[in-house]
Design a protein around this ligand. Structure first.
Ligand code: SAM
Length: 223
């Protein structure tokens, strides 16, 4: 149940997003993700990155909103994880949402594009969240070191690089660093055929009884 303070926190994130969406400045960066469901980027293309030019306004429209923002806020508020790992910071809105839900939670969030990470840093500063640590780099380059430095992880939110093989790889790579009784969540599991397959493969490995398909998000409970 959300109280007045929770509603105020969620409204702050919505207001930060709304103000970002008004920003028409141009931003150029290397996108290490899968692009759109139709893109079918090769592993090599994703590793090299694709140069993208857009506006801060358009970027600010990406990420968890409304009921999903409330969902992740409630999950953090109720479970009170000590350590959260997020793959895919973008403008920082989900990181801020999680950080505001419990000030004792430490949120570690990774973003590949340094220009986008700078936008997130501004938002994090405006929200006054001191419990967020930003890591800038491709997941492939920074994940190993991050995992070793922050484990055990109580909640992991995989929200970037929506490619089948990459998603399954991140699941396998992160799993040994998850705490007993922790949760891993995967956003956009129906975003593309590849993501649907990734979720099927993860469910098969984790055990169907340990996995829940909550709509666009899939979660695995780790014993
Ligand atoms: C969907 S957005 C994250 C949205 C954010 N979690 C939210 O809800 O506010 C995904 C982000 O992941 C980043 N990303 C995608 N593939 C990546 C990779 N291989 N390494 C590092 N960052 C990556 C993108 O640059 C993008 O900013």
């Amino acid at each position: 149940m959300l109280n007045e303070n929770d509603k105020k926190n969620l409204a702050l994130v919505a207001q930060l997003r709304a103000s970002g969406m008004q920003d028409n400045s141009i931003i150029e960066f290397l996108d290490f993700g899968a692009g759109s469901p139709e893109d079918k980027r090769s592993e090599e293309e994703m590793a090299k990155g694709k140069r993208v030019q857009t506006t801060v306004g358009k970027l600010s429209s990406i990420g968890l909103k409304n009921e999903w923002s409330e969902w992740i806020y409630t999950l953090i508020k109720e479970r009170k994880p000590k350590v959260v790992l997020e793959l895919g910071t973008c403008c920082g809105f989900s990181s801020i949402t999680m950080a505001l839900a419990n000030s004792d939670t430490k949120v570690y969030t990774i973003e590949g594009a340094k220009e986008i990470a700078a936008v997130a840093a501004e938002n994090i500063k405006k929200a006054g969240c001191e419990n967020i640590t930003q890591i800038v780099g491709r997941f492939a380059d920074v994940l190993d070191k991050t995992l070793a430095g922050i484990a055990p992880i109580d909640f992991a939110f995989i929200d970037g690089h929506h490619d089948r093989d990459a998603t399954v790889k991140y699941y396998r790579q992160i799993l040994p660093f998850m705490a007993k009784g922790s949760v891993m969540a995967f956003d956009d599991i129906s975003w593309s055929d590849g993501m649907k397959e990734a979720w099927e493969m993860i469910t098969a490995e984790a055990g169907a009884d340990k996995c829940e398909h909550l709509g666009k998000i899939g979660i695995c409970h780790i014993d």
